[in-house]
Design a protein. Structure first.
Length: 166
């Protein structure tokens, strides 16, 4: 992720989105890998940050809406466009201090983006995104992870091992 000082949000890079896609493909063996058009990924990321033709999404929820829309509707990947878009938005929110607690309703929206994005009600989706996100205490989250990682490391160091080199 790269930090952009202008609006103080963190934006995913193309490499981040491609890595998210590859993780999804690796998790589902029947999902073919491949990028159809890297330019579509680049356009989506550029649009949410800088806009296009004097139209720039303002709020984080508007940016998330367009990230979902563009990564699904433009089909930049051979497969797993909806899953990649959803996971990218989850990461985008998280790294900007929000937890996106989506439910089954998001699947309907994603399908609609994929089949006929013109029928999607932008204000309704933005409202959904707004009502399904909550601010995180990132410092607290990091502290909780730190404790888990420390505990894991201690267990690994003090655990029984058959390897004489340990």
């Amino acid at each position: 992720m790269t930090e952009r000082m202008g609006d103080s949000l963190w934006y995913p890079s193309v490499a981040d989105v491609l890595a998210i896609h590859e993780d999804i493909v690796a998790e589902y063996p029947n999902t073919p890998s491949g990028v159809r058009d890297r330019g579509d990924v680049e356009f989506a990321l550029n649009y949410i940050e800088h806009g296009h033709f004097d139209s720039t999404p303002k709020s984080i929820h508007e940016k998330a809406y367009h990230l979902l829309r563009l990564l699904v509707a433009n089909h930049p990947f051979v497969d797993a466009n909806k899953r990649t878009a959803l996971n990218t938005v989850v990461v985008f929110y998280f790294l900007n201090g929000y937890r996106f607690a989506y439910d089954e309703e998001i699947r309907t929206m994603l399908k609609q983006f994929g089949t006929d994005e013109r029928t999607v009600d932008e204000s309704a989706v933005v409202k959904y995104l707004r009502t399904h996100t909550e601010e995180l205490d990132l410092a607290g989250e990091i502290d909780r992870w730190r404790e888990d990682l420390l505990q894991y490391g201690i267990e690994q160091l003090t655990g029984d091992s058959d390897d004489q080199k340990d």
